[in-house]
Ligand binder design. Structure first.
Ligand code: SF4
Length: 393
């Protein structure tokens, strides 16, 4: 795909984050359509998108169905996308004339996928929901935990399909925590050897045309996914951080914009989840270590998000979720509250100062047993994906 006209590429995604995907897609729909039309003309049709589902519970598809402005149908129409395969949304009788081409009813629903992977059907954008599984079940072969159909009489694994489609696509977008970082399928134990899309392709030595875009979250935010899709369809490469996440949505920490932040600053800690105001730190909130725009853009048409609606932040967009440091879910994060510049040495003085005394109690508990160097560390460093460079920081 090519670069689109008009908007500065850096500003497009930022603008989407500020205005909301609906407004931007509407405002720039003619421009997007023109660019998409050009691309479609060159490629001989519409923009072809495959939504590949691997190990997951389809929550990101359900999340996409909650997109409201625009909704999914509107977005697909406005963006002139041909969704060639999206298993969870296809009916069992989905038929593009493949039966007359000799395919059986049994493999009918997989035909567009297999044709894209093994045939000459175009793939412009590959969206992956769920984690690739590399392991071999007892008596089976690597990847056999997830099979997606048959081709030429042989069983095809999701891992093989992923490799073929990823090598072919102009853009690969990992939507959700499982495809971005492994998520729950790759959690402790991990008998199926589930990994992120990035790790799976690296293991298979498959190179993609562009860096893989990761939109983590359990589920992924539908608006952020549509904005990212609109961005790449307009021919722009989103600015990504060192974990492959669009910076527009994953630069700040939830803690920095949380509506309960004032309570945190005052040392007003909630003792139960039905506390309407208090900070959830003591209940195990992972907002201080989780980067995401949840608190800025919110969910469900900007209605609310976790720490506003009731529960704490579970850290579902943190690259380690659901393993430490995002678990145990009800254990406070091991951080020094740096907003008051506390260090182990300062604690004695601060403890005498009113509200700060409450905070000092928390600081003492968290810093107990740590070295001074650890205690002064401003923020737990998020781990890199294997093989990724530190240079982008
Ligand atoms: Fe909000 Fe959690 Fe930070 Fe408290 S600890 S201010 S609830 S993000």
């Amino acid at each position: 795909m090519r670069r689109g006209p008009g908007l500065n590429r850096r500003d497009f995604l930022k603008l989407c984050a500020v205005m909301g995907v609906g407004a931007v897609v509407t405002l720039y729909s003619s421009e997007i359509k023109r660019v998409v039309g050009q691309i479609a003309e060159e490629s001989g049709g519409k923009i072809h998108l495959i939504w590949l589902t691997l190990a997951s519970e389809t929550g990101c598809t359900i999340s996409m169905l909650q997109a409201s402005d625009p909704d999914l149908i509107e977005a697909v129409e406005k963006l002139s996308v041909s969704v060639d395969f999206w298993k969870a949304l296809m009916t069992p009788d989905y038929d593009l004339g493949w039966v007359s081409a000799g395919y059986t009813r049994e493999d009918l629903s997989q035909v567009p996928l297999l044709n894209a992977a093994f045939g000459d059907a175009p793939v412009d954008v590959l969206v992956v929901e769920g984690a690739p599984q590399l392991g071999a079940p007892t008596g089976g072969s690597p990847g056999d935990f997830c099979t997606v159909g048959k081709y030429n009489g042989s069983t095809v694994t999701g891992y093989e399909i992923l490799q073929r489609l990823a090598a072919k696509a102009s853009y690969v977008i990992a939507v959700g925590q499982c495809s971005s970082f492994g998520g729950i399928p790759a959690g402790k134990g991990n008998v199926t050897e589930a990994v992120s899309v990035t790790e799976a392709l690296r293991t298979a030595a498959v190179t993609t045309k562009r860096p893989i875009i990761n939109i983590p979250g359990c589920p992924a935010n539908p608006d952020w996914t549509l904005v990212t899709l609109a961005t790449v369809l307009q021919g722009f490469d989103p600015d990504l951080d060192e974990l492959g996440r669009p910076k527009a949505f994953f630069s700040s920490y939830i803690h920095d914009n949380c509506p309960r932040r004032d309570a945190y600053n005052r040392g007003q800690m909630a003792k139960a989840f039905d506390d309407p105001v208090g900070c959830f730190w003591d209940l195990g909130c992972k907002g201080p270590i989780t980067q995401s725009a949840c608190a800025k853009t919110k969910w469900n048409s900007g209605t609310s998000f976790c720490t506003q609606a009731g529960p704490m932040c579970w850290g579902c967009m943190h690259p380690n979720f659901p393993d430490p440091p995002t678990s145990g879910f009800f254990s406070p994060v091991e951080l020094t509250p740096t907003f008051v510049g506390l260090t182990v040495d300062d604690v004695g003085e601060v403890a005498a100062a009113g509200t700060a005394g409450v905070l000092a109690v928390h600081a003492i508990r968290r810093t107990l047993g740590k070295t001074k160097e650890e205690a002064n560390s401003p923020r737990q460093k998020e781990p890199q994906q294997p093989g990724q460079s530190q240079e982008a920081e």
